[in-house]
Design a binder for this molecule. Structure first.
Ligand code: FES
Length: 438
């Protein structure tokens, strides 16, 4: 995107409210405060989280419901200014050792059901909100013109700004605001943009799109809080976007206290072979040995060596100072990482609901038979690994299989031998090319 256009958009902003805050330490998963925006009055305030709130409502959906109850009455409709949009992360939010801890829980009165509806979404927003110093936020009121709300945890500043020039469409505004608020290319991963898109102005089932920066694709990608039409409420309040910028990683729970890790780490880390320490060093240096980028370093190692070895973990830990136990938490949490060497080509068979209904089990059976391995295993010649995964995001062409980088749709079990033959050919061509270039 042209920097002139971004500069023009930024220059057109008019600050309507500004709020500075002090950073806080996380205490057992809580920051002990929430944020409340009233965009009719352009006010921003902090509210305390009480012990009773933590005991009875815990966090996530519970906190959202408690916050909703402070704002609504029996008369509140979905399009009433006092209908809040609440967003929260739970006390485990941002702890990579627990599945689902990256989620943001969103609630509002739904335009579809006229009752309180919750929706949850992945991405970085929830953990970023917590690391910025807040357990949850509430937005009430209605703006008169299009606004954005920006939480900048680097400057510890929160603003409500008029934003007349940014696009309404989510895929565009996510790119525009990521570009606007990032200091450089590497900083883009520290931005998350929530938006609802133009269609939400005309339908009752508008979704909220939460962006995260995919540095491999070099683009902002979107995850959806899709239930209940909360995107429609967002646009009804004339909010164009909610932006968060965060560079901190505050460990909500001390990993070294986790006894399960201590018991299992030694066993899980010994399954792989050796790795090229020089290569790992090069990768770590590419990311300036910045502990914030250990996931990216591990993604590079996984791509080059097809697994995360004990050597690689030791090397990354040594240079960046991130404890090995934390790296193992990451390696065992994300499916993209493997602690055993994977085959040259990874075959993923989707067994998600849509694919399951259309016969994915038979397709997986065929792959297991043809390759003579079970899912989760690698062939003896290390050419293929086979994995069953939940959803590849292309349900309309179910059943779906991903071979290397290629998505193949409408796969029947009788197609499997042909697909394997084709994949073998690909591997041979790749090898020939490699030999020629060598
Ligand atoms: S369920 Fe298979 S692609 Fe979504």
């Amino acid at each position: 995107m042209a920097s002139v256009e971004i500069a023009e958009m930024r220059n057109a902003h008019e600050v309507l409210a500004e709020f500075s805050y002090d950073p806080v330490e996380l205490q057992r998963g809580y920051t002990n405060r929430t944020l409340r925006f009233d965009i009719s009055k352009n006010s921003i305030e902090e509210q305390a989280v009480t012990q009773q709130m933590k005991d009875l409502w815990i966090g996530g959906k519970g906190f959202d419901l408690w916050l909703m109850l402070q704002e609504i009455s029996s008369q509140t409709k979905w399009d009433s200014p006092e209908n809040p949009i609440c967003m929260s992360s739970g006390p485990l939010g941002g702890t990579t050792s627990f599945p689902g801890s990256g989620k943001t829980l969103v609630t509002s009165i739904s335009p579809l059901t006229q009752s309180i509806m919750d929706s949850n979404v992945g991405g970085y927003f929830g953990p970023y909100l917590k690391f910025s110093g807040y357990d949850a936020l509430t937005i009430v009121g209605k703006a008169t013109e299009d606004i954005i709300i920006c939480i900048d945890s680097v400057k510890h500043k929160i603003t409500i700004e008029k934003a007349p020039k940014e696009s309404l469409d989510s895929h565009k505004i996510a790119e525009e605001l990521t570009e606007m608020y990032a200091d450089d290319e590497m900083d883009k991963r520290n931005i998350s943009v929530v938006s609802a898109g133009q269609a939400s102005e005309h339908i009752r089932m508008g979704v909220l799109n939460f962006s995260f920066w995919d540095w491999r694709r070099g683009e902002a990608r979107l995850k959806q809080a899709g239930r209940g039409g909360i995107g429609t409420v967002f646009r009804n309040k004339k909010i164009k976007a909610l932006v968060i910028k965060n560079k901190e990683y505050l460990q909500p729970w001390s990993i070294t206290e986790n006894k399960v890790t201590q018991l299992t780490t030694e066993n899980i880390c010994c399954q792989g072979g050796k790795s090229d320490r020089e290569l790992v060093k090069e990768i770590v240096e590419k990311w300036k040995a910045d502990p914030d980028y250990v996931i990216e370093m591990m993604q590079d190692v996984q791509e080059k060596e097809r697994f995360i070895s004990k050597d690689a973990v030791q090397e990354i830990s040594l240079i960046t100072g991130v404890p090995e136990s934390q790296l193992y938490h990451i390696a065992t949490f994300y499916k993209a990482f493997s602690l055993k060497p994977r085959g040259e080509l990874n075959i993923q068979v989707c067994i998600g609901t849509a694919c399951h209904v259309k016969g994915a089990a038979k397709v997986l059976d065929s792959f297991e038979r043809e390759l003579a391995i079970k899912q989760g295993e690698t062939t003896k010649d290390e050419r293929f690994s086979l994995e069953a995964i939940a959803c590849l995001g292309t349900c309309s062409i179910a059943p779906v299989v991903k071979i290397g980088d290629e998505i193949v749709g409408n796969v029947m079990s009788k197609d499997v031998p042909k697909l394997i033959k084709k994949a073998l050919k690909q591997l041979e061509t790749k090898k020939e090319k490699g030999d020629k270039n060598a």
